[in-house]
Ligand binder design. Structure first.
Ligand code: ATP
Ligand code: MG
Length: 330
């Protein structure tokens, strides 16, 4: 197993080393391939990512990624979008689960669901024309794209409560009818109980009744919006991990960005990055991945927490404390 480790920029350079401490605590046979990509690299060399880098990434099985700051160059192509496309990472997964003792905007902690966002098509097709009077973007829904995301969501549902909510807007966007039909058929074929919801009702319902949901599957743009909104249920961007998964590769990144305002101070919260390591271990089939939840509960209880949660611990202190718990209790 080869893991590309891309710290990136800003707090990515702080939270990823803390998360790697936790990964190392498992003592797995795993080759780490460090790669410098992003804004810092661009400043030094004029390129944010080369085709050689891409080949190196393709020679790995998975990627642990921090965050990159967007390069202020009109010809800059998003590293994330390029990697997503090249590795065909079609499923974006965001677990929305509260951490012990931390509540988000709604003050509740009785929910635990996963947003499965189709990551390769929909309104992010890149097929568009921009003009001063008229602009358009093509929204692509394919049978193959819908089937594979539906299969992925059903696989997750089978390991949980076997309940799937299909989120769409097929009353207005007729292209969503195909997505909805395929998700329904797949769920029925896989023995997963399902319902569907319109995206607007779902946004409201997720805030009012987050406890009702288990697996939520939706198209690209709706998933993008819902998943950031749901980070507010958990409490903070600094607490939510995500995975981009394809048939061959997987890519794990915290939901937050490079946060230049707090970068370099050693105060960024590493828990999202550490939860990315948990998702990576689960993806690798490492049975002991859940000890990370226990370890995080332990450090939160000990009040080893960063300033965003009201504490005084540094990024590395949190990382070290989680790693130590894992090492002692594996
Ligand atoms: P980027 O352009 O790279 O996305 P950004 O300025 O949008 O950077 P984000 O990383 O998206 O910043 O985060 C928004 C705000 O949330 C930041 O200003 C930061 O203060 C806070 N934040 C984000 N991540 C963390 C974290 N891990 N720990 C503490 N605070 C965080
Ligand atoms: Mg941001």
């Amino acid at each position: 197993m080869k893991l590309a480790v891309i710290e990136g920029d800003g707090i990515g350079r702080e939270v990823i080393p803390a998360a790697v401490k936790v990964l190392d605590a498992f003592g797995l046979e795993l080759e780490k391939v460090p790669l410098e990509l992003g804004y810092t690299r661009w400043e030094k060399t004029g390129t944010a990512m080369s085709s050689d880098d891409l080949e190196t990434i393709k020679g790995c099985d998975a990627v642990l990624f921090g965050a990159v700051t967007t390069v202020p160059d009109p010809s800059y192509k998003s590293i994330l979008l390029t990697i997503r496309k090249e590795l065909d990472l079609y499923a974006n997964i965001r677990p929305i689960k509260p951490l012990p003792g931390i509540t988000g905007v709604t003050g509740r902690s009785d929910f635990d669901f996963i947003i499965v966002r189709e990551n390769a098509e929909g309104l992010y097709s890149g097929i568009e024309e921009i003009g001063p009077e008229f602009s358009w973007t093509k929204r692509i829904i394919t049978r193959k794209g819908s089937e594979r995301i539906a299969e992925y969501a059903c696989k997750l549902a089978k390991g949980r409560k076997k309940r799937l909510i299909i989120v769409h807007k097929s009353n207005v966007l007729k292209s969503d009818k195909l997505f909805l039909d395929i998700c329904r058929q797949t769920a029925a074929a896989r023995g997963v109980e399902y319902e569907d919801m319109l995206i607007d009702s779902m946004a409201y319902s997720l805030m009012m009744h987050p406890e009702r949901y288990d697996i939520v599957v939706t198209t690209n743009l709706f998933g993008d919006i819902l998943s950031d909104m749901c980070a507010a249920l958990v409490g903070s961007l600094g607490l939510v991990p995500s995975a981009n998964i394809g048939d061959k590769y997987a890519f794990f990144e915290p939901v937050h960005g490079s946060a230049p305002d707090i970068a370099g101070k050693g105060i960024a919260n590493p828990l999202a990055a550490i939860l990315c390591v948990k998702m990576l271990l689960e993806w690798m089939g490492e049975a002991r991945f859940q000890i990370i939840d226990e370890a995080i509960a332990h450090v939160l209880q000990q009040k080893i927490i960063t300033p965003d949660l009201g504490g005084t611990a540094s990024t590395m202190e949190v990382g070290n404390a989680v790693a130590e718990y894992v090492r002692k209790n594996l």
